[in-house]
Ligand binder design. Structure first.
Ligand SMILES: Nc1nc2c(ncn2[C@@H]2O[C@H](COP(=O)(O)OP(=O)(O)OP(=O)(O)O)[C@@H](O)[C@H]2O)c(=O)[nH]1
Ligand SMILES: [Mg+2]
Length: 206
C-alpha cells in the first residue's frame, strides 16, 4: 500500500473527543524515545508530521493522523520514562488505558521495541495487558540501523526466545524498521493494507 495523503487532525487526552468517523485505526505505542513519532514520519514520508525529539517524553497526547483519507494512524505518548512525575504517569496511564479499551475502531496496535534491548518487564506487561483486553498487536523492532544485519536477526531470535521463556506460546507478527535509514516501511504498510481490506470486506457483508 502507498500513502498518498497524510494530515494531522487533532491532539487530545479524551478518547471521547477523538475523530468520530468509523475508519480503521492503528496505534503506535512503546517506551519513550523508542521511535514512534519518527516511524509515523517515515511511513508517511513527511518529516515533521509527528513531532520527534532526542529527549524522551516528547509526545504527550493522543495524536490522530488521517491517511489516504480513509484510515488513521495514532501517535501516543511513551511509557517508562523515569523522569516523568508520578502525577503525570498516572494521568498518562489513565487516558492511554481509556484509549485502548474504548476505541472500538482500533484494529491493531504496533508495540515498538528498540532492537538493541532484551525484553523489558514494562514491555512484557504491556503485551500481556493488550492480550488480556483482546487487542491485536504486532511488534516493531526499531532503530535497526544501530545493529549490523546479522546481529539484527540474532537480537530478534533472542527476544522471541525470552518471550517464550516468559510464557508466550505464540509470538506476535513482527517488523524490523529504521526510520533514519528508511527500512521496513513497505512490509508494515502491506500489513496495514491487508487488515484494512479485511475490515472493509467484513463491513460490505452487512
Ligand atoms: N538511529 C536511529 N534513531 C532513531 C530512529 N527512530 C528514531 N530515532 C531517534 O530516536 C529519538 C526519539 O525518536 P521519537 O520518534 O521522538 O521517539 P518517540 O517514541 O516518539 O518518543 P516519545 O514521544 O518521547 O515517547 C530521536 O532522536 C530520533 O531521531 C531510528 O530508526 N534510528
Ligand atoms: Mg513521540
Amino acid at each position: 500500500m502507498k500513502i498518498t495523503s497524510a494530515e494531522f487532525l487533532c491532539s487530545n487526552t479524551d478518547v471521547g473527543k477523538c475523530p468520530s468517523e468509523p475508519l480503521p485505526e492503528y496505534a503506535f505505542i512503546g517506551r519513550s524515545n523508542v521511535g514512534k513519532s519518527s516511524l509515523i514520519n517515515m511511513l508517511t514520508q513527511r518529516k515533521g508530521l509527528a513531532k520527534t525529539s532526542g529527549r524522551p517524553g516528547k509526545t504527550q497526547l493522543i495524536n490522530h493522523f488521517k491517511i489516504n483519507d480513509n484510515w488513521f494512524l495514532v501517535d501516543l505518548p511513551g511509557y517508562g520514562y523515569a523522569r516523568t512525575s508520578k502525577k503525570d504517569k498516572a494521568r498518562f496511564q489513565k487516558f492511554i488505558t481509556r484509549y485502548f479499551t474504548q476505541r472500538s475502531q482500533l484494529l491493531n496496535a504496533f508495540l515498538l521495541i528498540d532492537i538493541r534491548h532484551a525484553p523489558l518487564p514494562i514491555d512484557l506487561e504491556f503485551m500481556e495487558w493488550l492480550n488480556s483486553k483482546g487487542i491485536p498487536f504486532a511488534l516493531v523492532f526499531t532503530k535497526a540501523d544501530k545493529l549490523k544485519p546479522g546481529a539484527r536477526d540474532e537480537a530478534i531470535k533472542m527476544y522471541f526466545g525470552e518471550m517464550q521463556a516468559a510464557g508466550w506460546v505464540e509470538v506476535p507478527p513482527h517488523f524490523v524498521t529504521s526510520s533514519s535509514k528508511t527500512l521496513g516501511g513497505e512490509e508494515l504498510l502491506k500489513y496495514i493494507g491487508e487488515i484494512n481490506e479485511g475490515f472493509r470486506a467484513s463491513q460490505s457483508r452487512f
